[in-house]
Design a protein. Sequence first.
Length: 364
Amino acid sequence: MKLVNRDLLIWLNSIGITRDITYRKMKEYFGDINEIWTASEKSIKYALNNASIVESLLKNRNVDYYESIKRNIKEHGISAITILDSDFPLKLKQIYDPPRVIYVKGKCKFDIPSIAIIGARKATPYGKWAAYHFASELSKWNVSIISGLALGIDAESHKAALDANNHTIAVLGCGVEKCYPAYNTKIYDRIIEVGCVISEYYIGTQPLKYHFPARNRIISALSDGIVVVEAALKSGALITADFALEHGKEIYVVPGNINSANSVGTNKLICDGAKILLNVNDIVEDLKLKFNIKNEDAKAKESVQLSEEEQKIYDIIKSEQIHIDFLSYKSGYAINKLSPILTILELKEFIMQLPGKIFTINIS
């Protein structure tokens, strides 16, 4: 039996050949990567120039080993998706260095609007609040939340999505069969119920330090934008932001305290031109250019009955942000009649008041 196509990719991945550059080297040398299954030891050594991978490849180049891979994947309840498969995420295919195989545990939704929320592991209370807040607000729009299941910002982002029963994706720098870090096992278990955990690393792969920068390119690739909440000057979050720039993704930054080490990296991103994130609408308006998204709270509002007067005022405000004096003029209602109508619309969460007695619709 000779392995070809997707089976060959899974086999190569299981022995540690995970990066696109290695595949390109083999393809350049052999012409057809399928030839590696029968190639001579001398040719393989010359093509790969990596003693440990060559040793593993030659040792495990047999059908019994590949059958053990298939059993291992099945026993752990994991799906292996290769770049040749129709359900491989299109967003991943489009980057310069895509994984050839991803392992998935849970329910995949790769084709829906997605925002990555990332930041410091040792997050401040403010940072944790911001991560949870924006993940919660985005969940109202059915926007999938992507992060790395690390402590701090990642964990808060996943929790907010889960609490809203919204889809979330955790990208790991190790095998997907176990939670890393173990502290987040409860979150990991919940994610598998409503979202998914993915990795380009085969079952049993340990969370080695150099896996995480590579993992960050997948977080960026799968997302339609990156939110950076807190990040030191040298941090994984900034590496992800670099990938986001490379991938042409929008970067949104929550501004931080200039006296905090956790804000040095985020504030630098702002100085370098990233968007300041003050309100979820900053993200939503960008997503609306690409997707037909709708706020779940807004759907609920549709069933709320408005009186004729309330509907009239709401229709005016819906067309533009408007000062109360001009609203009085356009509606023909005196201020003393208009004020209680505005109060009712605010209580029903149809509108919101901005500073200076200016009113706008409530889309958050």
